[in-house]
Design a protein around this ligand. Structure first.
Ligand SMILES: O=P(O)(O)OC[C@H]1O[C@H](O[C@H]2O[C@H](CO)[C@@H](O)[C@H](O)[C@H]2O)[C@H](O)[C@@H](O)[C@@H]1O
Length: 286
């Protein structure tokens, strides 16, 4: 199969800009659902087997590769297998939507202290979930799991008998708890995350592109949290002198986000499709 073509004029300009001056192009990628296939247990997620090899071939051909993720940076590094990879010595991981940063070049992790509201949520969340449990197999909380991300807590419904129904039923009580604790609820693919406000993937990506002086960016994502990065690319590529950009949607699996697909320039079939696209790009640039 041939390389997918961007379907919009702006996307075609972005794709052409990456090829005309790859040394000023940034390849920015979400982790779960984009580099790593979605699995029921977040702790079992791993980068697609071909992801790290293709990134290692692509990174030396472009300005840089950056992973922009809702995971803690250390978690993405661990689950991605990003340490000590020849070719990925300049890799940057922006974790917790940009609140954290890991640099492969130094191995240094910058992770500010979580605000006190996170500890309050940690204390109160179990009782809140118990109060919503009616004791049946189809209870709102059946199969619901909590991922403690240190700076935030994520309530996952993917393993519920009704993932979308459980997510909808939990939204209001979790929003109330988040608000009382000075946090916000970040919705995602069968997940509601209670996290500190003030950062998003759009701001994280903008900051990184400015730091690199990028003339072009490819951004690939699959989840609601990626919409902020999409918005940043859309705004930047529409501004005079701003970097060109191409938006890739990694669309696959239950809970895939229709709005991303609608705004993307290129749609691919999950992490395997992302890897194939990056492989094509590496071949074009190599
Ligand atoms: O920004 P991302 O890298 O896409 O991270 C977003 C969240 O991804 C993870 O949850 C999602 O993937 C899990 C593993 O495949 C899946 O079980 C879950 O249903 C998805 O929502 C991760 O667990 C979260 O911490 C991230 O915020």
């Amino acid at each position: 199969m041939g390389t997918p073509e961007p379907t919009t004029e702006a996307g075609r300009r972005g794709w052409a800009a990456i090829q005309s001056d790859p040394t000023r192009a940034v390849v920015a990628l979400d982790f779960d659902g984009t580099l790593a296939p979605i699995v029921p247990d977040p702790d079992q997620a791993r980068a697609h087997p071909a992801a790290v090899p293709v990134l290692a071939r692509l990174a030396p051909l472009v300005d840089s590769v950056v992973v922009v993720t809702g995971r803690p940076a250390a978690s993405a590094v661990r689950h991605g297998g990003f340490t000590d990879v020849p070719g990925l010595d300049g890799l940057v991981v922006l974790g917790h939507y940009g609140a954290e940063r890991w640099d492969a070049a130094t191995g240094r992790l910058t992770a500010p202290e979580p605000p006190p509201g996170v500890e309050t949520v940690r204390r109160e969340l179990p009782a809140l979930l118990r109060s919503l449990d009616d004791g049946t197999a189809f209870s709102t909380t059946a199969g619901v799991t909590v991922e403690d991300k240190e700076r935030s807590l994520a309530v996952h419904t993917r393993r519920s008998p009704d993932p979308a129904g459980a997510q909808a039923a939990l939204a209001r009580p979790l929003e109330d708890l988040a608000e009382r604790c000075g946090l916000v609820v970040e919705p995602g693919r069968f997940v509601l995350e209670l996290r500190p406000p003030g950062v998003d993937k759009g701001a994280a990506l903008r900051g990184y592109l400015a730091e690199r002086g990028a003339a072009a960016v490819l951004y690939a994502g699959d989840d609601l949290g990626d919409l902020a990065a999409y918005a940043a690319v859309e705004e930047l590529r529409g501004s005079v002198g701003g970097p060109a950009g191409v938006l890739v949607c990694s669309a696959a699996g239950e809970g895939a986000v229709a709005e991303l697909a609608a705004r993307a320039d290129i749609e691919v079939d999950g992490p395997a499709g992302v890897v194939a696209l990056l492989d094509d790009l590496a071949k074009i640039l190599g």
